[in-house]
Every structure is written in C-alpha cells, then in structure tokens.
Design a protein. Sequence first.
Length: 156
Amino acid sequence: MKKNTLVIVLIFSLVIFSGCNFFSGKNSTNAEIKTDKKIENQQDAVKSTAAPIIAQESAESKLAKCMTEKGAKLYTSSTCPHCKVQKDLFKDGLQYLDNTECKAMDGWAQACIDNEINSVPTWIFIDGQRLTGSTPLEALAAKTGCEYIPATSSAS
C-alpha cells in the first residue's frame, strides 16, 4: 500500500512541478497559438487601414472664431427674442463669439452702459461701426472679411 501511495504522490508532484498547464486551461497546441497570432495580426491590419474619423468644424464655428479674432463684439440680452435668433444662427459656433450679456440683476450691465448699447442685439466692430438687430451671417462675414460658406442641404 505504501508503494502505491508513493507512486501517486510522485505522479502528482510531477504534474504540479512540471509546468503542465492542464488545470489552467492553457494547454494550447502550437497550431492553435499560430492561429490566434494570425487572427491578432489580421485585426491589427484592419485597424491600421481604417480611415480615422475626423470631426469637421462647422462653417458657423469658423465664422465665429474669425469674427472674434477680428475684434467683433456682440451685445445681447437673455430676455431678447431677436438676440436668441442671432445666437441660434451661429449654432455650435456660439461658444466662440465675444458675447456680452447686457441684462444684469439690477438693470443694464456696466459693460453695455460703457459701450452705449441702447438696443440688443448690437454688434460693434474693430473700426467702431455698429449693426443692430439680428444680422444674417453672410452680412457679418462680409463686414469682418471672414469666410462663411454654409453647408448645403440636399433635398430628398
């Protein structure tokens, strides 16, 4: 009986210390390993040839950035419907405008008083000229010398 126990212990020891991956589930054959590598290489090739997705900047964003660079300033009020129309024309480019909110809690904001803003929306340009009311983007582009090419929508 002792001899059988000794044989079992020896076999068990060999299995454990021999690096056998039987219990870990890693008993892959060389063919399986090569196939896995081949699949990984194919996936890498597909990834490297896929065209990168590049977000294009909108015409409104480009215009707003250019106008701000050229010193155009917009004065608006959050309660003014014409101001909302003007801001909505810029869509995602609104964040790039130099826009001053004239409505303050206690009346008219000091920046608007200092710049003699009597009605909104008002644009003040680097040359001191002003435009009041909601102004088309094409007119603003012409006034500032900025490019504005609106995206064309295809009719179905």
